[in-house]
Design a binder for this molecule. Structure first.
Ligand SMILES: [Mg+2]
Length: 252
């Protein structure tokens, strides 16, 4: 049995801004803000995800909160209802669409070694709480100098992207939640895909993985022998990644 654990945003689904040089005429839109798509994929990617879900345990593994993940509405828009999904960067495990209580207890136990979120939120100034698991702030509103060192002393880590600053307890990882799914399902093989530094632990833990060439992780210089890199970017990379995962279902 195979688990395919994948990040969503900028890995399989893309906003209009991240869609890349060529946007095909027909796309499947999962989310929009006003008239602007914030999560879309090509019909071919959508079809491959259906295949993946049918023949493996597809585990979406995202930093989205539960509400943000549910907004994508995979069951009605893609026709797939993944049995397991990882939200809030590993802090929430959805089983059949509902938060798993025993994983929530385990996360609380693991996060107890880090400083309380309220202390970190005060340092950040304005920060949004993501399902009680980590903090998100607008990059422009955060004093970044010295932040990583300050957080490291308190058991937290910092990831800065184009617009946002994510601050997470060090024990909060997608790979830990996916390992729990692996334990429960007894899956022998783990495939993974992701684009950002928050996906590095998941890719490292996989038997084989893939990252998009236009991802922040790739731009940071992160490479691993068992992790392939797409040739295309944006929606085309999403297509490549989904096809790569489907190919990985076949025993070699
Ligand atoms: Mg991503």
């Amino acid at each position: 049995m195979i688990i395919a654990a994948t990040d969503l945003d900028r890995t399989l689904v893309h906003s209009a801004r991240a869609a890349g040089p060529v946007v095909p005429e027909s796309v499947v839109c999962l989310e929009r803000r006003g008239d602007v798509p914030t999560a879309m994929l090509t019909p071919r990617t959508a079809a491959d995800l259906v295949t993946l879900d049918r023949h493996a345990t597809w585990v979406p593994a995202t930093a989205r909160t539960v509400a943000e993940y549910r907004r994508l509405d995979l069951p009605s828009r893609l026709g797939v209802a993944p049995r397991f999904a990882v939200c809030a960067g590993g802090g929430v495990l959805l089983v059949d669409g509902e938060p798993d209580a025993s994983w929530a207890r385990e996360v609380r136990r693991r996060l107890a070694v880090s400083a309380p979120p309220a202390e970190v939120a005060r340092r950040l100034g304005t920060a949004r709480d993501a399902d009680g698991c980590f903090l998100v702030a607008r990059r422009a509103q955060v004093r970044l100098d010295g932040l990583a060192a300050w957080c490291a002393e308190r058991g937290w880590r910092v990831d800065v992207d184009r617009a946002k600053v994510h601050v997470l307890p060090v024990a909060l990882t997608k790979s830990a939640a996916v390992a729990e799914v692996r334990r429960r399902t007894g899956a022998a093989h783990l495939l993974a895909a992701g684009d950002s530094p928050l996906d590095a632990d998941l890719l490292a833990a996989a038997d084989a993985g893939i990252q998009p060439v236009d991802g922040r992780l790739h731009a940071s210089g992160w490479r691993a022998d068992h992790v392939a890199v797409t040739t295309g970017s944006g929606l085309a990379a999403g297509e490549e990644i989904a096809a790569w995962l489907v190919r990985g279902l076949r025993p070699t």
